[in-house]
Design a binder for this molecule. Sequence first.
Ligand code: HEC
Length: 172
Amino acid sequence: MPSRFRWFVLGIVATAVAFAVGAYLFVESGGVSMETTAKPLPLEATLAHMALRASIGDAGEQKSPIAFNDANLTAGAHIFKERCAFCHGLPQQPPTDASRGMFPPPPQLFVHDQMVTDDPAGVTYWKVTHGIRLSGMPGFPEVLNDTQRWQVTMLVAHADKLSPAVLAELRP
Ligand code: HEC
């Protein structure tokens, strides 16, 4: 190997090792706080969103196999109250304790600017099925069957246009 090339390769390896050691020492010395109240690290949100988008892939194209009607929305409301409200809140209620103490905070899915009504239902179904690692959002494949996951997905996807009958089911 010509010696200039060898030094070039050695330089790259040394830089990579220096980065790895630097990252290790940064984390080891407490540079990455695990407190929920700590400020997000630079790029933390960007990287997390990038990884989430890549994991979701084209799941948004999946269409709901169940009918959009009050029976399915009512079933979704019961599931939501039992499994989701502790974190994601209920209509007309103050933010939950979990939303004030977790990082990232669970969005209050019945508060207007935090709703997921603009997301394709397939994306919400993916999140309810798989959860979001390192965020506290559980996946529910063991707890809810496909139909139940679509019912609760349908409920939060239409959170801004629920009938009075369905809203009544969501009273605390
Ligand atoms: C233990 C708390 C907790 C429970 C219980 C929980 N979630 Fe979540 N959920 C979270 C957190 C935290 C996030 C935010 C994740 C993030 O920002 O990446 C989240 C995110 C979401 C999102 C994405 C919101 C957005 O703005 O993109 C949806 C949809 C969702 N949850 C639906 C549900 C449903 C439906 C249930 C019940 C079947 C549920 N969650 C139960 C904590 C929870």
